[in-house]
Design a protein around this ligand. Sequence first.
Ligand SMILES: [Fe+2]
Length: 257
Amino acid sequence: MKDRIGTETYFTPKQAAGYFNLSLSTIKNYIYAGRLKTLITPGGHHRISKSELLTMLEGGNDAPENSGRDGHLIKLCCNALLNTFKLLGNPGNYFLIHARSVSKISGAISKAMGLTKKEIEETAMTGLVHDIGHIGIERRVILKEGTLTPQEYELIKSHPVIGYEVINSIDQIKDIAGAVRQHHERIDGSGYPAGLSGNNIHKAARIISIAEAYDSMVSEHSYKRPVSKEAAIAELMHNRGGQFDAEIVEVFVKMNP
Ligand SMILES: [Fe+2]
């Protein structure tokens, strides 16, 4: 039951999720991220005021964090960098389309996780340029359609570090360079380039890893045969806690992509 104190209506997290048509994990993430202030009952339970949640959803609490001019510059720089994929000719179109999809999915996951507006924007921009390091690898390797030799695969694996170096050299976007470097790290430490594990991997990189895998699996533009959304989700679920951050996979699955 909803509680009324004075003229204010209070919800449990589950009631708030139902009332505002959000998932319970989204509400919890808003609380854990400190974006949604709650009353704590004597029993230690959260109660959420309707007006507080409405204010937050309408963006009122985001105002101090608006990235404004800086956010605009980040977008300009990332989009300018993205144009370099055109150097790869027609096959570069796949990188462009994939980059835009990963950016969109990463932004949506960040929003569902209850991250701040600045974090959402930065994660979306990191998604846009995460694979930019490919432009520094020999074209014959990037554009090869057959199976890669072990040496060629090692060259491909250098793209997160090359991307980091490119982005770190541009003052306006160097803050997202670290996440670009880490987008092929895995939660269990089996990824590259550094073999980082768990929360030592930047949150944006953990999000992008899931968005990238999903888009690569379902995309018509990939060189691989696309699989159904259901099969892609099953693959993410199967690898949660190993390749992927389990909590972020669950947020993504609840978004019903
Ligand atoms: Fe990549």
